[in-house]
Every structure is written in C-alpha cells, then in structure tokens.
Design a protein around this ligand. Structure first.
Ligand SMILES: Nc1ncnc2c1ncn2[C@@H]1O[C@H](COP(=O)(O)OP(=O)(O)OP(=O)(O)O)[C@@H](O)[C@H]1O
Ligand SMILES: [Mg+2]
Length: 504
C-alpha cells in the first residue's frame, strides 16, 4: 500500500505554443490539506485540470492509492472520488441553486421525472450541514460572487469525494466566510478527505495546510511540510526572489474634495450613504459580503439606479446614468466580477487592455496602433502578465493574468476617480505589490481612489480612511491611524450594531 493517496508523476501539459506544465511530480498524503502554490501562470490550475480530466496530459502518470489510473473526463474523475471547485466559477445562471448543485444527477421519481421536492430537501440538508445561509430556490444570477462561490463549495462537497481540489475557493469570500470554509475543511479532514488547496492568500495557507508544493514556471520547485516553511521562505520559492515591501503606501498630501456623495440610496441594497473623497486619497470600503459595498460603487458608476441622494464631482452635481456618463465625468471602475462585466474572452490581450480608452488613441480617423502596442507592452511588463504575446486571446491566460489585464485597463484610463472592486483578487504576491504601488502613485498624482477589498491587510495597508458598512448601512469612517483589524471588524460586524442599539 502506498503512503500517498495521490501521486502525479512527471506530468507535462503542452498547449499550442505554451508549455504550461513541464514535468511536475505531486505526492499527496491521505487526510491532509496540501497547498499548491505558485505565481500567476505557474501551472497550478492546469495541473489540477489534468487530474480532474478536463485536460489530457501530454505526458505523465496518475496513481491513486498505489494504482495507476486513466482519467479521461470529469465523470471518470468523480467516479474515482475526485471533485473540484473551479477558479472560474461555472454556473448555469438561469437555474436555481438546487438545480446547479445536482445538475446531471437530479433525484428522480418514477424513474424518469426530476423529484424537485427531494432535490430541495437534499439541498437544504447540504446547506444546513455546511452552515450556509442560501435559498435553494434562488436563481443563480441573483447571487453575489461570494454566494456563488459558496454554492460551488457546497457542490464539490456534495459528491462525497475522497479528494477535493479547491482552486482559489476564497477569492470572493471575506474573512468570516473564509473561516467558515476552514471549519468545513477541518470536518472533511476528520472524515479522512484529502484537500488540494490553491490560494494566493499567504495567511490562509499557513492556517490550514499540512504540506505545501511550490511550482514556478510550470516546474516543481519544492514540496515540504508547512511547519518547515514560513511566509518569506514561501514567497521566495514562488517568485525566486525576496519581496520586501507589501504595502508601499506613499504618504501624500490630501487635497480638495473631488467626489461627494450625499444620502445615496438604492432600493433595499443600501441607504443613506454620505462621504467625501479627496484628491490624493484612497478611501477603503470595508464590509462583509452582502453589506452593499459593490452596490454603492455600481450606483456611483451608473450601473444601477439610485433611488435617493446626490453625487457631486468637483463641487458640481452630476447625474450619472451609465458607464458612458461615468467615464465622461472621469470615473473608471474595475469590477469585481471579471467574467460577467470584465474580460471579453475572445479578444486579444491588447484589445482587452485598451478597450475602454480607445478615445485616447484616436488620430484623425484611425487609431494609433503603435501607441496602443507600446502602452500595452508597458503594463504587461509592469504587472508581469504571463502571455505568449499581445495577440493571444485573453481566455487562454491563467486567471490571475486575466485580472492583471483588467487592472491595466483601469489604470490606463487614468481617470480622476478610480474605483477598484477587489483589485488584487487572485493575483500573486509579486504583482500585488506592483498594483498597490501603481494605485498609490495615482493617488499621489492627486487622483481619488475608492477601493473595495475583502482582504483586511490590504484595506488596512492601503487606505487613508476606511468607510465601514453593515447590511446596507454605513457604520463609520475610520482614519488610517485609528484603524486596526479589531476596530474594523467591530464596525462591520453584527456585534458592533447590537452594542450600539443596546446603548441607546
Ligand atoms: N487553454 C489554454 N490555452 C493556452 N494556454 C493556456 C491555457 N490554459 C492555460 N494556459 C497557459 O498555461 C500557463 C499556466 O496557466 P495556469 O492557469 O495553470 O496558471 P495558474 O498557476 O493556475 O495561475 P493563476 O494563479 O493565475 O490562476 C499560463 O501561461 C497560461 O497562459
Ligand atoms: Mg489558476
């Protein structure tokens, strides 16, 4: 009997023109959480997609419990006890939560009709067991990215697999929900389930992983037990160098108010939001999932109607009814959901980079293609985007590299007001620091930045002030110097609200 539940041996995966995985060996012990780490484009997702049968390996072997197996598709992977939560959430948006979870394996009555009652009951049981507060009948399209991610987690668990692969399962989750997932993982572990865990959030890795394997440029760098590594060692294994500064915040002069929001409300999503954003300032928006952060910035950007309130730019009231108005008024938005509103999958990296800024390249009746190319090249280099070339379709890039292109697009717009919603989601440590420094530089140039982030260190490290939200209501604005994790958590959580009410 092998001491490993899973051995992937000398795995190679070549795409046309790209050698994504170059002979990687991964050995995983049963009942452990095994972290799979590496920069964007290192080959983590590709290796796991070989294991789950989405990709056919160019070369290599897969051994389960000592026996070599052939995995030709996801169905055979599932029948061998392997399930996966994908990095790019893949849901049927028009169907319900229950239908998505049991898709293709719905419980039947009379042998051929879907037993909806039973399906709902099973879903309720599953969600309850995982302590997820989600309505089984809700249509997927109405769920936030975070809730969608939780449904995907529930689905992966529902297969009762022996090995569950989690490819960045917490990218859209806040601290509280992440801890909830960790409890689920602990329970799975107790039942002997093995987890392969991919994340760019370093603290998570050390919180839950027993062993860690690091990939770099498609190659195996090191496998070790987590206790033999620490964050700095891990980072240098991943990027091949030491990173010194994580949040390179420049202290710059705070200028005149550039944006003023007064009593802004949008239906029942949020109400009575008032704040000012000054030139040179980064205003963080903190809150739990569903607190209304994304909805606020979408309303300012004109993506959803306001039901009350006023918005002023440079002291003048504006009426922004859509993205076009917003851009005209010097506002750019990097959206949270790159699949729905972000990338245009079939277009090239270059076109995706400049698409919102074509105006900038118009010369007479043509476009200045040379300038487009130069600008794209500059940002690809700055953000270390891993792509074969500028003409590669963006859908062929790794998840994190797609996100980098979207960040480049937002930064290139060089707006007066930059709104970024989870700007570094899924981005590796090296590029994260680069994005932070680019955002900070924009602020130092006298622009105003609003940043939503679910990563507490990012909010605390980057913001001059932090606006806190709880269930659609503002609970405070905290100055950088008064902010720490505990204070912010208090303001965004239920506890704070209850305390206030009790005091009344
Ligand atoms: N379908 C595809 N066609 C062509 N190239 C691809 C395809 N999928 C991935 N690649 C390339 O393979 C390499 C590895 O990508 P992969 O998605 O495995 O990276 P990753 O480690 O998961 O990165 P991330 O942290 O950004 O998710 C990248 O250079 C990527 O561009
Ligand atoms: Mg990936």
């Amino acid at each position: 009997m092998s001491q490993y539940i899973l051995e992937m041996v000398d795995v190679v995966k070549i795409f046309p023109g790209v050698k994504a995985v170059r002979g990687v060996t991964l050995k995983v012990k049963p009942g452990t959480v095994h972290g799979l780490m590496g920069e964007n484009g290192a080959g983590k997702s590709t290796l796991m997609k070989c294991l789950i049968g989405i990709y056919e390996m160019t070369a290599g072997k897969i051994i389960l419990n000592g026996n070599e197996v052939q995995i030709k598709d996801t169905i055979s992977a599932l029948s061998l006890g392997i399930s996966m939560i994908h990095q790019e959430l893949n849901v049927v948006t028009e169907r319900s939560v229950a239908e998505n979870i049991w898709l293709g394996r719905e419980p039947l009555k009379n042998g051929f009709m879907v037993d909806h009652k039973k399906m709902k009951r099973n879903t309720l049981d599953l969600l309850k067991r995982l302590h997820m507060d989600i309505n089984p009948d809700e249509t997927m399209r109405n769920l936030t990215v975070a809730k969608t991610q939780m449904v995907e987690i529930a689905k992966a668990v529902s297969f009762n697999a022996d090995i569950v692969i989690m490819d960045e399962p917490t990218s859209a989750l806040t601290t509280t929900e992440t801890q909830q997932l960790f409890r689920i993982i602990e329970n799975l572990k107790k039942k002997g389930v093995t987890i392969i865990y991919i994340s760019h959030k370093m603290d998570e890795i050390f919180q839950i992983c027993d062993e860690i394997t690091v990939l770099r440029d498609g190659e195996h760098v090191r496998s070790d037990s987590a206790s033999n590594l620490n964050i700095n060692k891990l980072i240098s294994l991943m990027v091949g160098r030491e990173l010194t500064e994580m949040f390179p915040k420049i202290d710059c002069e705070i200028g005149e108010p550039i944006l003023k929001v007064e009593n802004l409300s949008s239906g029942k999503d949020f109400s009575n939001i008032s704040f000012e954003l000054n030139r040179g300032e980064i205003l963080g928006l903190a809150g739990l999932v569903g607190s209304g952060r994304t909805e606020i910035v979408e309303t300012i950007f004109g993506l959803r109607p306001k039901t009350e309130g006023r918005v002023y730019i440079n002291g003048e009231e504006v009426d922004i009814r859509g993205p076009y108005d917003a851009l005209e008024n010097g506002i750019a938005l990097l959206t949270e959901d790159r699949k729905k509103t972000g990338i245009i999958p079939v277009l090239s990296v270059k076109d995706n980079t400049v698409i919102s800024n074509l105006k900038r390249y118009v010369e007479g009746i043509t476009l200045n293609h040379k300038k487009i190319k130069l600008d794209t090249e500059e940002y690809i280099k700055k953000l270390n985007v891993k792509t074969a070339d500028l003409e590669t379709a963006i859908q062929n890039l790794s998840g994190g590299n797609q996100q980098k292109v979207l960040v480049a697009r937002a930064l290139l717009t060089a707006p007066d007001i930059l709104i970024v919603d989870e700007p570094t989601r899924g981005i590796d440590v090296g590029a994260k620091a680069e994005i932070h420094s680019l955002i900070t530089k924009l602020a130092a140039q006298g622009k105003g930045v609003i940043m939503i982030s679910s990563e507490m260190p990012e909010v605390l490290g980057m913001s001059d002030r932090i606006l806190t939200m709880h269930e659609g209501k503002m609970t405070g604005i905290i100055d950088r110097h008064d902010a720490n994790q505990e204070v912010v958590m208090k303001y965004i959580s239920d506890g704070y609200k209850n305390k206030e009410e009790n005091n009344e």
